[in-house]
Design a protein around this ligand. Sequence first.
Ligand code: GLP
Length: 252
Amino acid sequence: MRETAEQAELFTAKLLLKTVQTLPDAVLGLATGRTMEPVYRAFVELACLRSVNTTSLTTFNLDEYVGVNSEHPFSFRRYMDTHLFLPLGVNSAQSHIPDGGAHDLQSECAAYEQKIKEAGGIDLQLLGIGMNGHIGFNEPGAPFDSRTRVESLTPETQRDNTDPRHGSAPSHAITMGIGTILDARRCVLLATGSRKAKIVARAVEGPPCDSIPASALQRHPHCLVVLDADAAAELARARVVPAAKGQDSLLP
Ligand code: GLP
């Protein structure tokens, strides 16, 4: 845990940077959401400062809304282009996002799983957490061995993802399954802010159960949970790692 959200975000950005520096052909699993915006901003800044080569990088995003093309205001492709891919110079052949506009959604999901396999699996999967404990768009009840598929979103998730400028979020999404996420070699979950404190405590310290999808990460052998003090407030056990000193020991 870091004291401030800014420190937690910077730590996560440095984790991404270190991964790409040590493994130039890394396969990164990426997440969207407000939590990730400052992380991508810091990552782009650091990568540019240190002239990190990203041409051999491959990325797979967790999810995309159904019925949404890259021009749509809710498009995660649009989000990723804005916050990461364009500033970093990652092209569309390197960066994979499920096609929410696909005619045959089942085939799109199967093809996405296949592409991850062909890329050799995911080295580092970045994750946020929804207010109901979802990871990707795996809503409560999603089996821990689920694969990439279409998920219907709860009214709570749709409400949380509503954009005042563009209205309510779509009702369905393609998401990597929990099993797909658990196959990643390392997972990093970032949560910041007091609104996430309750669900973080249930996911991290409660028993793993499918009503809290993020609790599945307790079964992952290499999962790091990065929090600020506000998001960690409801945890019985949390360790503050001073930003300057302890950081390197947690980096890969
Ligand atoms: C969306 C995404 C998740 C993300 C969650 C949290 O539902 N599908 O991957 O973790 O939002 O979003 P935020 O960071 O905006 O709280």
